[in-house]
Design a protein around this ligand. Structure first.
Ligand SMILES: [Zn+2]
Length: 162
């Protein structure tokens, strides 16, 4: 018998195609998982509008869940409201990002002061120096920007805060 927790457990193994260190659960784009009469209903939120990964994520989620509930028994609904922001990324997800060498986005809603610090230099994920500069608004994907640490001279990517 498949349970909602086994479905959620399964979704923890579905990686974000652009940041494989993060699962779709870490990313916070899975809004709800329900199970009704053997049919799995998932509410998914797209991350960045027009992010090319969105379709791939939906396909990966469907394939992973179909392995448990059977082909044709997964319904995916796209939820646009409330919109996804980087604040939906779990604390575990932020830690994984940093461990992966990507500067995590600053929390916005939990700390009003961070509204003022958005344009402050980010901390280098390697040496923690805040002596960093942004090189390019776009990294390897549109949702990341490219920064460089002026102390260890390593370039690093930062997840854009939206
Ligand atoms: Zn550094």
């Amino acid at each position: 018998m498949v349970s909602v927790s086994s479905l959620e457990h399964c979704l923890h193994q579905v990686a974000d195609p652009e940041v494989p260190a993060l699962s779709v659960m870490d990313l916070g784009i899975v809004r709800s998982v329900r199970l009704e009469d053997g049919v799995c209903q998932v509410d998914l939120s797209p991350t960045y509008t027009g992010c090319p990964a969105t379709e791939r994520i939906e396909r990966d989620v469907r394939e992973a869940l179909e392995a448990l509930v059977g082909a044709g028994n997964v319904r995916i609904r796209t939820v646009l409201d409330p919109p996804w922001t980087t604040d939906w990324i779990s604390d575990e997800g932020l830690r994984k990002l940093e461990a992966y060498g990507i500067a995590p986005p600053p929390r916005r809603t939990s700390d009003k002061r961070s509204l003022l610090s958005i344009h402050k230099p980010l901390a280098c994920p390697r040496c923690r120096s805040t002596h960093t500069e942004r090189i390019s608004a776009f990294g390897s994907t549109a949702c990341k920007a490219l920064h460089r640490c002026l102390d260890c001279l390593e370039p690093f990517e930062a997840f854009k805060c939206i």
